[in-house]
Unconditional design. Structure first.
Length: 202
């Protein structure tokens, strides 16, 4: 028969753990009384919306957005400009490419608040009414898309490439369009579309 009063290693560890839990509870109650009181609730805090005016496709839009809202989410979710696509949402696929002051940017990596006072152009802002931009017409003429998901970003990047007067040989176009990925693999047709516009032909 085992003597229940006899100290054993197991009894020692159980009692030590129990004592530690009690001490920790007492110290926690003294150090963090608000957390110890079950009836206390702490309201979550976060950035408050900021009123900002964005110039999108030549028109001002006044919005109340949290400073952390990306340009992509502002365009798609607040202004219903869904032509700009959300692809990887990590700045690597180029589906969200827009122009800010004529320069290519990934809208998913750009905070909306950063574009105040700057001119933002999306795919919806390229056409003049029913008249397509030459690059849009070229993508249609040269079948520069398949599923079409990446096409808005491809077109915006291509417009910037031509405006920047980059070289338009095959290798150069591939290099300057390398930030825009086409999973369907329509690259030869995209290059042909870019080259046709750069040569003055839509």
């Amino acid at each position: 028969m085992i003597d229940s009063r006899k100290p054993t290693r197991r009894r020692f560890l159980v009692r030590a753990a129990g004592s530690a839990a009690v001490i920790a509870g007492l110290h926690g109650a003294r150090l963090f009384p608000a957390a110890a009181a079950a009836s206390v609730t702490i309201a979550a805090r976060g950035p408050q919306p900021v009123t900002m005016t964005l110039n999108i496709n030549g028109r001002p839009h006044t919005l109340a957005l949290e400073p952390r809202v990306t340009l992509l989410d502002a365009l798609r979710e607040r202004l219903n400009l869904t032509g700009t696509k959300k692809g990887c949402d990590q700045g690597t696929c180029g589906a969200c490419t827009v122009l800010v002051d004529g320069k290519r940017v990934n809208a998913c990596f750009t905070l909306a608040i950063m574009t105040q006072g700057r001119a933002v152009t999306t795919i919806e802002g390229l056409a003049n009414g029913d008249q397509l931009h030459p690059m849009q017409a070229a993508f249609i003429a040269h079948d520069g898309f398949q599923c079409g998901y990446c096409t808005p970003g491809q077109i915006m990047s291509a417009v910037a490439l031509v405006n920047e007067k980059r070289p338009t040989g095959d290798a150069s176009v591939r290099e300057w369009m390398s930030g825009n990925i086409c999973r369907c693999g329509a690259y030869p047709n995209i290059i042909a579309a870019v080259q046709s516009v750069a040569g003055g032909q839509a």
